[in-house]
Design a protein around this ligand. Structure first.
Ligand code: ADP
Ligand code: MG
Length: 263
């Protein structure tokens, strides 16, 4: 019996994905004003290592702004963002280092049109990380392989479908070996039949233990892959919990209304 248990627990262990090892990203009282308008109103959010946190909320609730603050595309007006215990929310922080450790994937892919898939993936490796061409190309090909795009390494974005372009964009982000990847509606610009290929890559990434903060409307993906669902409205976190709990028994009326409109 003891041996059976040991074997079983080992199997569970090897399949286990999900939070482990404490916080990697900790936001406290993060506020952001644009002009006179406060779009983040003091957000507290903790993301643990290898956790997949899924962020939902109505349009305009501040989801993109929150992600952009984590990636230094915006500076919070006040509050703190600790990455591995170090505050990255202030001025005087090395932006390249932050963006290398905390990668971001956008709705609109943002690939350079005049560069091939491989050149897009290796650009930051060469210009930011300073890798020689051969090494950058080797890493780039490995990353394209990871998103099943190695066979399109020499193609330009205009020769690729939206789903393929997004997979290249994910490979580009992974090339810098980030510790956290932020996704801002990564499948929202895609034709429906191309969505699954991108979600598959995200599932694979999750299984590899990557820490992910995902804004998306793909509730099925949230049910299958998220450790925690966070609901935002009007610049605040309204409630959070396991996907099961949030989707079947939301406690706040605003969450109920939102879910009723999207599920
Ligand atoms: P979401 O991603 O949840 O739709 P956003 O973070 O994009 O929300 O936007 C939150 C609010 O902040 C919106 O009212 C939006 O118009 C405003 N906003 C976002 N970025 C800017 C900006 N650069 N300048 C002014 N207002 C902005
Ligand atoms: Mg947005």
């Amino acid at each position: 019996l003891a041996m059976t248990l040991a074997t079983e627990s080992k199997e569970v262990e090897s399949e286990k994905v999900g939070p482990s090892g404490g916080p990697i990203l900790e936001l406290s009282a993060v506020a952001k004003n644009f002009g006179g308008v406060q779009v983040l109103k003091g957000v507290d959010l903790r993301v643990d290592k290898s956790e997949l946190v899924f962020l939902i909320g109505p349009s305009g609730s501040g989801k993109s702004t929150l992600l952009r603050c984590c990636n230094h595309l915006e500076l919070p007006t006040s509050g703190h963002i600790l990455f591995e215990g170090v505050d990255i929310a202030g001025r005087g922080v090395n932006i390249n280092t932050v963006r290398q450790k905390i990668g971001m994937v956008f709705q609109s892919f943002n690939l350079y049109q005049h560069m091939t898939a491989l050149q897009n993936v290796t650009l930051a490796l060469r210009k930011v990380a300073g890798k020689p061409r051969a090494e950058a190309d080797a890493i780039g090909m490995a990353m394209l392989d990871r998103v099943e795009m190695a066979h399109r390494a020499g193609y330009y974005p205009s020769q690729l479908s939206g789903g393929q372009q997004q997979r290249v964009a994910i490979a580009r982000t992974l090339a810098l070996d980030p510790k956290v990847v932020l996704f801002d509606e990564p499948t929202s610009a895609l034709d429906p039949e191309l969505v699954d290929g991108v979600l598959q890559v995200m599932h694979d990434l999750r299984r590899s233990g990557m820490t992910m903060l995902v804004v998306s409307h793909e509730m099925r993906f949230a049910r299958d892959a998220a450790d925690r669902v966070v609901f935002m409205a009007d610049g605040n976190i309204v409630e959070q919990g396991s996907p099961d709990r949030i989707f079947t028994a939301p406690s706040h009326p605003r969450t109920k209304n939102f879910l009723a409109s999207v599920l």
